[in-house]
Ligand binder design. Structure first.
Ligand SMILES: *[C@@H]1O[C@H](CO)[C@@H](O)[C@H](O)[C@H]1NC(C)=O
Length: 277
């Protein structure tokens, strides 16, 4: 009886405390401070060589489908995130970049063909966006959206990427995550586009970190052991075998802890996306 009680309490404690809850309220907490820090860094050109969490700067043209996002909120403030060019007129991103439960953005400037978020490349502003109809702001289920932009021609530095399809879970596969997000949990901003090589894990393993409410069939996770995405990378691409397999969605809030992160699983949304291209 005593043993039973102890075990029960432990299990209850484990249920309450074992899972990392993904951080919500993106713009207020993350995107706005991030945009401010990046602008300061780029204006001051004070990049000090600090590394992304086990990653490195990306060369111009290495990820021609990378779409930086500078988002203007309804109150006029700026926030930043990422997206992926999937056709001449469509950018795939995270729904929480556009609406995080409190703020809907007014418009977004898509940055193509540049490894700097606030300078260079081709910049296209749009207010045409469609969030997934079943996007859940509390669990980040269906955290996916499409921004329609004016036609952009492909070049050496601007090109679409194909979408993952079928039943491959990619568990165990190596992938690249790309973005303008923070390079350290507590460092000065880097203005450069960064990339990091990461390994996909099974959803069962990922549920051990975030629980079954957050990790659903249309979630894809990486281990975080070799590096990670961080704040400001939301909406950006996760790529394996030159196909888009994930859209950056959430992490534990401590990027350097080498813990898993969650993405929208592109193969799960393949037909939803294609119907809008
Ligand atoms: C795209 O390329 C075509 C053919 O060269 C050209 O006519 C058109 O103006 C270009 N569009 C843009 C937006 O640059």
């Amino acid at each position: 009886m005593k043993l039973f009680l102890v075990v029960s309490l432990f299990c209850l404690g484990a249920l309450v405390a074992a899972y990392d809850i993904p951080e919500l309220d993106y713009h207020e907490r993350v995107g706005i401070p991030r945009a401010h820090a990046l602008r300061q860094a780029e204006l001051a050109a004070d990049f000090d060589g600090s590394r992304i969490i086990s990653g490195s700067p990306a060369a111009l043209g290495a990820y021609p489908y990378m779409a930086g996002q500078i988002m203007t909120l309804t109150d006029g403030r700026e926030s930043i995130g990422g997206g992926t060019l999937i056709s001449n007129t469509r950018v795939l991103t995270a729904a929480h970049n556009l609406f995080d439960g409190r703020q809907m953005i007014r418009h977004v400037t898509i940055v193509l063909g540049s490894v700097r978020i606030f300078s260079g490349g081709t910049r296209i502003t749009s207010n045409r966006m469609e969030l997934h109809g079943n996007y859940n702001v509390n669990t980040l289920e269906n955290d996916i959206a499409i921004v329609t932009i004016n036609w952009v021609n492909y070049s050496n530095t601007i090109r679409n990427i194909g979408l993952a399809s079928g039943s491959n879970t990619y568990a165990g596969a190596w992938a690249w995550a790309i973005g303008f997000g923070k390079t350290r949990d507590a460092s000065a901003a880097s203005p450069d586009l960064m990339h990091v090589r990461v390994q996909v894990i099974s959803n069962d393993v990922c549920r051990g970190t975030f629980g079954a409410n957050f990790v659903v069939a249309s979630t894809l996770c990486i281990s975080g052991a070799t590096g990670n995405i961080c704040t400001g990378d939301s909406g950006g691409p996760l790529v394996a075998d030159n196909l888009l397999i994930g859209v950056t969605s959430y992490g534990t809030g401590v990027c350097e802890a080498r813990r898993p992160s969650g993405f929208a699983r592109v193969s799960s949304f393949n037909s939803w996306i294609r119907a809008r291209m």
